[in-house]
Design a protein around this ligand. Structure first.
Ligand code: IPE
Ligand code: IPE
Ligand code: MG
Length: 255
């Protein structure tokens, strides 16, 4: 695994295309409700939006795409909806993993999988192993994921591996679930809510945040391009001044 980049230790290289896009796919239930359909119909359509966005990211040269599919708090939903989401996840694994592999996509899942049906875990592990050598796009699905869970599991691993040693930023960052991807450049949340909902709490330190009222099933390549256009118009200062950026000073190491 490569050295993890940390935006608070060294200023990351940035370009016109975000290297890492992280998305909270929200609004499936409202999409369905607007059409007098059951909420689960929105989740089903959400899978189609995933397909389109994965393809668009690949075509645009995004290196990492991370999708929030099920949060550690989503267990609080009605049992029938949780069960449906699990079935949908399994079906998507069965139907999509081979296609991802054929497209050179590395697939993996982050989150606490111990709560999932062993059949799902088996499919996940098989898909991860099959696609492990692919380099075109790293597609990470966050399932039973929580930002606080991630920080805690990383901290506990630091303590177990180096008892008595203080935890440093580098040690912790290297043990987070997404350690082998650069920190997200662009965060997108569909569905109109402007909150992070316990997604990548540590890694979003210097991420550009983009919120859109579009509901996830309506989100696609054109909507992604709008988000990327907004991202391009941002000035990523990482603590410096605009004048410093304009002078294109050699980027000093922070800290
Ligand atoms: C996001 O859509 C999908 C999951 C959280 C699994 P929602 O189901 O949250 O849709 P809304 O927010 O109720 O519209
Ligand atoms: C966040 O959406 C989690 C996922 C998209 C998987 P939620 O719909 O669960 O978020 P809240 O509860 O409105 O914050
Ligand atoms: Mg929601």
């Amino acid at each position: 695994m490569g050295t993890p980049t940390s935006s608070t230790i060294a200023i990351p290289e940035t370009g016109d295309v975000p290297r890492h896009v992280a998305i909270i796919m929200d609004g499936n239930g409202r999409w369905a409700k607007k059409r007098f359909l059951p909420r689960v119909a929105g989740h089903r359509r959400g899978v189609e939006a995933v397909r389109e966005v994965v393809k668009a990211c690949m075509e645009r040269g995004v290196e990492c795409l991370t999708l929030f599919a099920f949060s550690s708090e989503n267990w609080r939903r009605p049992t029938e909806e949780v069960n449906f989401l699990m079935q949908l996840f399994l079906k998507a694994l069965e139907q999509e993993v081979e296609k991802l592999h054929a497209n050179g996509i590395r697939f993996r899942v982050i989150g606490d999988l111990s709560a999932f049906d062993p059949v799902i875990v088996e499919h996940v592990r098989r898909g991860e192993a099959l696609t492990a050598g692919n380099t075109r796009l790293t597609l990470t699905v966050a399932a039973n994921y929580g930002g606080r869970w991630d920080i805690l599991q990383a901290a506990n691993r630091c303590l177990a591996e180096r008892p008595g040693e203080p935890i440093t930023e580098e040690l912790l960052a290297a043990r987070l679930s997404l350690a082998d991807c650069p920190e997200p450049d662009l965060f997108i949340r569909t569905g109109g809510e402007e909150r992070v909902s316990n997604f990548l709490l540590w890694q979003l330190a210097y991420t550009e945040l983009y919120f859109t009222p579009a509901l996830w099933p309506d989100f696609g390549a054109a909507a992604l391009d709008e988000a990327i256009a907004s991202y391009r118009a941002r000035e990523r200062r990482f603590g410096r001044t605009s004048e410093q950026l304009a002078a294109t000073l050699p980027q000093p190491k922070v800290g």
